[in-house]
Structure formats: C-alpha cells, structure tokens
Design a protein around this ligand. Structure first.
Ligand code: RIB
Ligand code: CA
Length: 341
C-alpha cells in the first residue's frame, strides 16, 4: 500500500482505481468509541488507500453497547452505512464487569461523542462476534489485513488465544496505547488503553505478532485546536458540524486536564495514519512487555527476557512528523465531511 497525496481526485475515485490494480489494504478498527476514536473512523473513511472492512467494538471511553451504537450512528452520518459493526467483549477477562471512569466521561462526554446528539442508526450490529470476525478476516485476507486497536487489547488477546497462528498470518497490528519514553495518562506509568486490560496487552506484546505501538510518546505531539475544527463547521454540512462540535468538547476538556498542551491529542487517528503510512513516525525496534504484577501494573516496557533475542517483533513510535500528519489529517477528514453532507 502506498500512501497517496489526497485532495487532487475524490476518495471514491481513487478507491475504484486502487481496487482495479489490487492495491486496497483491508483495515479493521477496534474502538471504544469516544471522540478520538470517531476521528480515527473519519480518517480511515477519508483514506483511499484502505478499505474499512469492519469495526469491532470494545469498552473504555464508553460501555461496549454505547460504543457500538456510536459506530453505527457515526458511519451513517459520515455517509458510509455499508460499514459493519461487530460487538466485542464487554470487559477484561480478569474482571466481572466494567464501568466507565468519571475522567473518561469528562473527556469524551457521557455518550462518548462530546455529548453531541446524532440520530441512532436503523441498522443493527452484526451477530458474529468481534473475536470471530478478526480471526475470519485474518484467514481471508492474510498479509493484506491491518488491525488497528484504539481501546483495550481484550478482543485481539482473545482472538490470539483462540487461534494463535493468526500472529504469523496477519499483515500488521498498529495499536494506540502505552508510553515508553514519557509518563502515562492514568498514572505516572500507565496509559488508559493499556491500563483497562494490562494482561491482554501483555499477551499481545509477547505473542510475537508484528505490532507497532503508537503511544503517548507521539500522540501528545499531534494536537488539534479550535482553529482547525472551525474549518469543519464552515463546510456547512451536518457531518462537519458534528465533527466540530464533538471535537470542541474534547479540546475544552484538555484545557482542564492538560492545560500546557495547547490542543487535544490526536491519539487514535495517528494510529490510523501510521497504519496507512508508516513513514509518518520513526520507530524503535524492541521486544516489549506490559507489567502485570506489582505497583507498576500497566507499564509498557522492554521485555528483559527477550532483550538479547535478535528478532524484534515490535516497533515503538518515538518520533512523528507532526506537520505532515496534521496536513493529511485535515485534508482527509475535511474531504470526507464535505462529501458526506
Ligand atoms: O490514552 C488515550 C486513549 O485512551 C485513546 O485511545 C482514547 O480514545 C482512550 O481510549
Ligand atoms: Ca480510544
């Protein structure tokens, strides 16, 4: 898959051309659909290089059911009712239930999308589970499949338990989560997605699957401000107004939680950007683990046991081309919001 300078021809035209020459990478997004997850959907739908073959639902910013509801409603609003949504597991396998933390509701709103109201979809979620859909997709598309989890790693860990061979069959996994060179955002050592299910993330990290970690090291360098969301509102479309209002709620929350940043972190869309164009980041090849015992539970760090293993199965993003990513982000999402009406 080669990244394309979007903007000269429409996304749909480019998609048709790429399909003809067999260049369409298949993408699955695994989302706890809050604000930046919604921006990740938008980035994917605005990208001609990839075909979004499905969204798998997880929990985190919202409950699983709310996230799935959001996915269906958002894809309708963005003009893509063909996107299927597969419900995943509602909580970590080490727990009996999950409830949304008050900080998540503060950052993403009670409904996950900045308390902006959009119509429910008439569509229903798929009957097939997220775990089976992930496994079936790897069997169908193999190396052409890219899986992008932007919530807890619960679904992919369950898929790897059920069908361990998929670690060698999948194209790549580009996840949003973790922090290697900076502090966490739920504790000094732990990032939100990893902290929801450290055991699942550790299973993934140590599985040998080809994983790129897009953590806070880079996502807190890619920031959006009201100046850019105003461009979406100025489009005069429902999709543009929704994206602007929702993201403004998120920027406002960042003014309280991270006042020094001067914008909101584009965590989840950066993972999609890197899935499409790995040259947006510089990475460190390293075998990683997640601490699952003791006071540092949830920390993402190098795996001492595999330090001297010459084969490095993970890449951790430690640098990002901020300017180029923001340009791609705005071009792709603005184009989508304009076309969606
Ligand atoms: O730490 C940031 C991550 O936590 C993002 O994926 C955000 O959506 C939340 O899930
Ligand atoms: Ca997320």
């Amino acid at each position: 898959m080669s990244p394309i300078a979007v903007g000269t021809v429409g996304t749909a035209t480019l998609q048709r051309r790429l399909r003809k020459v067999g260049h369409m990478t298949k993408l699955i997004l695994d989302l706890d659909t809050g604000v930046d997850d919604t921006l990740a959907i938008s980035y994917a739908l605005g990208s001609p290089e990839v075909e979004l073959i499905g969204i798998t639902g997880t929990y985190g910013n919202v409950l699983l059911e709310q996230g799935v509801r959001n996915d269906l409603a958002i894809t309708d609003l963005l003009g893509h009712p063909e996107i299927r949504v597969y419900p995943g597991l509602p909580h970590a396998s080490t727990k009996d239930s999950f409830s949304v933390q008050s900080i998540s509701a503060f950052i993403h709103g009670g409904n996950g999308i900045g308390d902006v109201s959009i119509p429910d979809s008439n569509r229903k979620p798929e009957v097939e589970s997220a775990v089976d859909f992930i496994i079936d997709s790897v069997k169908t598309y193999g190396k052409d499949l890219v899986y992008v989890p932007t919530g807890p790693m619960t679904n992919i860990a369950a898929a790897l338990r059920k069908a361990p061979e998929i670690k060698d069959e999948i194209g790549k996994i580009v996840l949003m989560g973790g922090a290697l060179t900076v502090c966490g955002n739920v504790s000094p050592w732990s990032e939100a997605n990893i902290s929801q299910d450290p055991d699942a993330a550790n299973e993934l990290f140590r599985s040998g699957a080809p994983v790129t970690m897009i953590g806070l090291d880079v996502t807190l360098q890619t920031l959006l401000t009201y100046r850019q969301t105003a461009r979406w509102r100025d489009l005069g479309t429902k999709a543009g107004a929704f994206l602007a209002d929702m993201t403004d709620f998120y920027i406002k929350a960042y003014e309280t939680t991270a006042p020094k940043l001067g914008g909101c972190g584009l965590h989840d869309p950066l993972a999609v950007g890197v899935a499409i164009d790995p040259t947006l980041v510089t990475t460190l090849p390293i075998n990683m683990q997640v601490d699952v015992e003791g006071p540092t539970r949830g920390r993402t760090i190098g795996d001492n046991d595999r330090l001297n293993d010459p084969a490095k199965t993970m890449q951790v993003a430690v640098g990002v081309d901020v300017e180029r990513f923001l340009k791609e982000f705005m071009t792709r999402i603005t184009g989508l919001a304009k076309a969606a009406h």
